[in-house]
Design a protein around this ligand. Structure first.
Ligand code: WT7
Length: 654
């Protein structure tokens, strides 16, 4: 953990403290007493949060815990879509705006809770007509448009677990996810808008479905009007089938432990993990955290989480949490620099956004673009700022606070994972005195610790591994179809406790500082990509014999992907620009553009131990332009000198 030790030293100097203002405290949803309350009786605390939801039948057991398998609110019956929609309409909130949608080209739609409910009911009826029943898996591959949320809620309404695949993933990545979950239906769009132009999605679905699947239909939203190949045996236009459905649909209640969704995320091997979440516990924790961490006042706030529904943040803090709490949200389809670098700020001013939740990579990008863009817009409506996805460096935190938040908005740096389902470590606005760059402490009801190699808690002021030692309602219930892998990945490093994969430090005030992944998982712009996944994409190219991939510190994206490749015999041993371009395009095809290496270095040899294990640590030193660390265990001690000499680069030009 040499990199971690460096960061530890740096973090030791962060002494700034930002207490909440008296005005914020006076109106805050969260109270300091919640920590004690939860500590005294954790299960009673969670029961109280669960009572905020509408249940169709009460649970008989709060928690059934047989390590590592949890069941929450056992026996309870509930419907996710009813909690997100019907409840608000039934209680007279149907006219409240659920979404202010802004397309990238500037088209807008305002959708109330009543309208959203009607659309979800019609879509649920359409899914039923297409033969989808509870338990069937549905893959969703969409741009960031309201139909993405409608599709998810319609699946939830009929008990069909959704598997949302980020629209930036390739056909190959989509196919492997469709196959792994054995999806029966794919919901997609002809395309969407990004960077000022339409991009196509349907062709990727067509490509994917050339593989062997059990997909019977493809339901297609018309978004861009692009010419699309059509197979009338399989393809169905959304407007043809959804629009003619009845607006009546009585939701069925499902067991609290009924699967709600699968979401694939990268692990340390090439095969993505299908993280499985169920209903009652998940909804309880996303609603609770959304209310407390974002201090949501649904009557007056306009909330904007900039995440795509393809990631867990979009599931928990665009779809389920905010809708259950009756929030009014902004949803934006496009990129932050289209048509100009002030687009996000323009939208904050236009919709009077009061709560903004985004990622450090975007904050650092804004910093680079310059203060003139935010300064050109009225951001006074903002009252709370959130950050998620990767550690936020103190400089970016301070800039976020001063330039975006006008020095008046509390910042919540929220640590969690696809696996945890909901926020776990975060300040409580109105309670916590925050430090720039720290996620502070576990939320009331959550137990997290920093431990050493032996699983023993480290003392204050020390670093180690972050673990979660008590089950929580929104925890993953497993990896889809891979029980052994679930146990092995999360529960074997330290006996009986969940190992998150992150390094962390707990300072002398018991504030937690996240230090990044300690395994072979990279974090690029807040997205998890495994080194092995990129390596196997590279070696699947005819020119590559061997590949080693590392995540190197990157000022903008947190980490950048750097690949070292050995070419196959017979391939001219020059680091041709053409070949490197081709390799980068190949990775984009295999996984998606987000996994394209920032840099590819052609080498003669990789640094290996005598037992043949690649020493990525040394490659990381090279990639981060550091003196190469201890290489005495290398089989061939000269290899590192050769690699450092042979550095040849091809920078990402898009
Ligand atoms: C990994 C989880 C949680 C939704 C988005 C990412 C890193 C996440 C923080 C934070 C430091 C963070 C961790 C974690 N991470 N939030 N506030 N501070 N690191 O979800 O793709 O499942 O990735 O993201 O390394 O393990 P994910």
């Amino acid at each position: 953990m040499s990199e971690n030790q460096e960061s530890l030293a740096k973090l030791g100097h962060e002494n700034r403290l930002f207490p909440p203002s008296a005005e914020f405290i006076a109106q805050a949803n969260a109270q300091a007493s919640m920590y004690d309350e939860a500590e005294k009786d954790r299960l009673a605390f969670w029961e109280k949060q669960a009572h905020e939801l509408q249940w169709d039948a009460p649970w008989t057991t709060v928690l059934d815990w047989k390590v590592p398998f949890a069941k929450w609110f056992v026996g309870g019956k509930i419907n996710a879509s009813v909690n997100a929609l019907d409840r608000h309409v039934a209680q007279g909130r149907g006219d409240r705006v659920a979404f202010f949608f802004e397309g990238e080209p500037g088209d807008t739609r305002t959708i109330t809770y009543a309208q959203l409910l009607t659309e979800v009911k019609k879509t649920a009826n359409a899914l039923t007509e297409l033969g989808i029943k509870d338990g069937d898996r549905v893959a969703i591959y969409m741009p960031m448009i309201p139909e993405a949320a409608i599709a998810m809620l319609a699946c939830a309404r009929i008990g069909a677990p959704h598997s949302v695949v980020f629209g930036g993933f390739s056909a190959d990545a989509l196919l492997s996810r469709i196959q792994d979950a054995d999806a029966k239906l794919v919901i997609t769009a002809d395309g969407g808008y990004r960077k000022g132009a339409p991009f196509a999605l349907k062709p990727a679905v067509d490509d994917a479905l050339k593989g062997k699947t059990n997909v019977k239909n493809v339901l297609v939203v018309k978004r861009t009007g692009q010419e699309t190949h059509w197979d009338s045996n399989k393809d169905v236009w959304w407007h043809d089938i959804v629009d003619r459905q009845s607006t009546e649909h009585v939701a069925q209640s499902f067991d609290s432990e009924h699967p709600l969704f699968i979401l694939y995320t990268s692990g340390t091997t090439a095969k993505p993990k299908g993280i499985s979440h169920t209903t009652g516990g998940y909804l309880t924790q996303v609603a609770y955290t959304h209310k407390m961490v974002f201090d949501i006042k649904p009557e007056t706030d306009v909330y904007w989480c900039t995440a795509d529904v393809g990631w867990v943040t979009g599931h928990s803090y665009v779809v389920y949490g905010p809708l259950i709490n009756g929030a009014t949200q902004v949803m934006y389809e496009g990129t932050p620099d289209t048509p100009h670098k002030g687009r996000i700020f323009e939208l904050i001013a236009k919709y009077k956004v009061s709560i903004l939740y985004t990622a450090p990579t975007l904050i650092r990008t804004w910093m680079k673009w310059g203060d003139e863009f935010p300064n050109a817009h009225n951001l006074k409506s903002l009252r709370l700022l959130g950050s998620v996805g990767e550690p936020i460096n103190p400089e970016a935190w301070m800039w976020y606070r001063e330039v975006i938040g006008g020095d008046r908005c509390p910042i919540v740096d929220t640590w969690w994972q696809t696996e945890t389902g909901a926020i776990m470590i975060s300040p409580l606005p109105g309670v916590t005195h925050t430090k720039p760059g720290s996620a502070m402490r576990p939320l009331p009801g959550i137990s997290g610790k920093v431990v050493d190699d032996n699983g023993k808690e480290v003392g204050l002021g020390h670093g180690g591994y972050l673990i979660l030692d008590k089950p929580w309602p929104s925890m993953l219930r497993g990896i889809w179809g891979e029980e052994e892998r679930y146990k092995e990945t999360y529960w074997s490093r330290f006996d009986g406790v969940y190992f998150a994969g992150d390094g962390a430090k707990i300072d002398t005030d018991a504030a937690i500082w996240l230090l990044g992944r300690v395994d072979d998982v990279m974090n690029v712009s807040g997205h998890r990509i495994s080194t092995t996944e990129v390596e196997s994409a590279l070696v699947s190219h005819a020119a590559v014999a061997e590949a080693a991939v590392v995540g190197a510190a990157d000022e903008m994206t947190g980490q950048g992907i750097v690949a070292f490749v050995i070419l196959r015999g017979g391939i001219p041993n020059v680091c041709g620009e053409e070949l490197i371009k081709e390799l980068r395009a190949h990775v984009a095809k295999e996984i998606g553009a987000i996994a394209k290496p920032r840099q590819i270095v052609v080498v003669q040899e990789l640094p290996k131990t005598r037992s043949g294990k690649i020493m990525r640590r040394l490659l990381k030193d090279v990639a981060e332009n550091r003196a190469v660390g201890d290489s005495t265990t290398l089989a061939d001690p000269n290899v590192m000198a050769l690699i450092s000499q042979g550095l040849s680069t091809a920078k990402d030009e898009d």
